[in-house]
Ligand binder design. Structure first.
Ligand SMILES: [Zn+2]
Length: 145
């Protein structure tokens, strides 16, 4: 686990997993990023879907992602939309293209300024414990130790 990821503040918004998304959160509890893979055509996709977005097969399995990705886009949030998040602002949100292909929206931990960020910059998966027994997959510029 990335050591710079302190637990989220009390009152932090937590997910309400449905049947389709529950495996994602089970993987996260084990410090793994779960992705769906179509067993018919091999397409790896995110977010989870009841059918493969490429071939429409409903034969899906969950696999752990490598934890490697590259910056696709990013921005800085200066407003906390929930009281519990306001202690974290400003923070950086990024779109990360995973090594497996899907793009994931994530907070980019440990980034204090956008200066120096560049397209295709390598990012690394870490995990942040939250209130409510959830673990958030989150990326940073440093490889997890
Ligand atoms: Zn498919």
């Amino acid at each position: 686990m990335n050591p710079n990821l302190a637990p989220t503040p009390a009152g932090f918004p937590v997910p309400k997993p449905d049947q389709l998304g529950a495996p994602f959160w089970e993987f996260a509890r084990q410090n793994l990023l779960g992705l769906q893979r179509c067993t018919a055509c091999g397409d790896i996709h995110f977010p989870p879907s009841p059918v493969c977005p490429k071939c429409l097969s409903d034969l899906q399995e969950w696999i752990p992602a490598s934890g490697r990705g590259r910056l696709f886009s990013w921005c800085r949030f200066h407003k906390g939309y929930w009281d519990s998040v306001s202690t974290l602002v400003p923070y950086t949100v990024a779109m990360v293209r995973l090594a497996e292909g899907p793009v994931l929206v994530t907070r980019l931990a440990g980034v204090k300024t956008l200066a120096g960020l560049r397209l295709d910059q390598p990012v690394f998966l870490g995990f942040q414990p939250t209130v409510g027994d959830f673990t958030l997959p989150i990326f940073s510029l440093q490889e997890a130790s």
